[in-house]
Design a protein. Structure first.
Length: 342
């Protein structure tokens, strides 16, 4: 609704099908320095308000057509910050009460007492002004929240980058691995037709899926030989550690679940929770395929990289029992079309 100022004249819409009553109300409002526009029916009032909305509407109840009660509801629906004053004959008090329930601010009876009318206009005018002020404040707060959200997001991204750099400095293998798993996973997600939002989530999960390794001693991460049982148990904690690290800065439960569960397997042989089948989050099921392929084809401190052909054979052998068959097929297809990522 337009804001009031000293030069604005159209501030009140007066609606009444009786010319005399319409004239009296209009003259009175103008005498108190309110600008006015007139309508003789509810339908005409709506057309007028569409062209020239005003912060205050004064309407009779009994009019040809849809009438004042309909007009009150329409105003509350379409111009929620406008104040509505209802004028009614004595026998329409029940209907006037319904109008108040529908959102009218005031009602008074005919014949009109001009002092009451003056008070009603002033009160409605103040009420409308307060509503508009609240709306302006709400929008201002929304803008502030939006700016703060962007700042928080930038802080979040900086924190993520810092964690990734820390992880990469401790484990050179993990650095390239996370980037490659991200590209493989996004390719596979596109191939199975996942929507854009899930592709963004997949990219983030893949980027951070091994972040929990910052909590694993370097002596274990870079051990040149096989791990002991106790050391292996420590390594298996990295999905839980990753989830715990990221929970304060990531709100998406899907992303957190994907990070926690990326080592789960369809047959329940995975970790940390031993989930089976569709109990494993979708993002984790998808990333598990790319994670396994890249782990097998990458150089580790304790072994040489295996061939892509051997890694694909492992994936195909596990399709439907360890890995989701649909994701294995899509991964194999995209690898055949685009080749391994660098």
């Amino acid at each position: 609704m337009p804001s009031e100022n000293a030069t604005e004249r159209i501030t009140v819409t007066v609606v009444d099908d009786e010319p005399v009553a319409l004239d009296v109300l209009t003259r009175a409002a103008r005498s108190w320095n309110f600008g006015c526009q007139q309508a003789a029916s509810a339908e005409e009032a709506v057309d007028l308000l569409e062209r020239h909305p005003t912060p205050v509407v004064v309407t009779d109840l009994r009019m040809p057509g849809r009438g004042g009660a309909w007009l009150v509801r329409e105003i509350r629906r379409r111009w929620p910050h406008a104040a509505v004053v209802v004028v009614t004959a004595g026998q329409d008090t029940d209907c006037a009460s319904d109008c108040l329930d529908a959102g009218a601010h005031h009602f008074f009876l005919k014949p009109v007492n001009l002092d009451e009318f003056h008070h009603a206009l002033q009160t409605a005018h103040r009420s409308s002004a307060h509503e508009r002020a609240r709306e302006r404040n709400r929008k201002r707060l929304e803008r502030l929240v939006s700016r703060q959200t962007n700042r928080v997001r930038q802080t979040f991204l900086s924190a993520v980058d810092s964690l990734v750099r820390t992880m990469e400095e401790r484990d050179a293998y993990t650095a390239g691995h996370s980037a490659r798993v991200r590209r493989y996973s996004v390719r596979t997600g596109r191939a199975v037709g996942l929507p854009r939002e899930q592709l963004k989530q997949i990219a983030l999960v893949a980027r951070l899926h091994d972040i929990g390794k910052v909590g694993i001693p370097e002596s274990i991460l870079n051990k040149p030989g096989p791990l002991t049982h106790a050391e292996d148990l420590q390594v298996r904690e990295h999905p839980v550690i990753g989830e715990r690290i990221l929970t304060p800065i990531i709100r998406s439960q899907e992303v957190l679940a994907g990070i926690r569960s990326h080592h789960e397997r369809l047959d329940g042989s995975g970790y940390p929770d031993g989930l089976k089948g569709e109990a494993i989050p979708l993002l984790a099921r998808l990333i598990a395929v790319a994670d396994c392929f890249d782990a097998l084809t990458s150089r580790r401190t304790y072994r040489e990289p295996q061939s892509a052909a051997h890694a694909l054979q492992v994936l195909r052998a596990g399709a439907g029992t360890i890995f989701q068959a649909e994701f294995v097929a899509a991964f194999v297809q995209t690898l055949a079309m685009q080749g391994p990522v660098g």
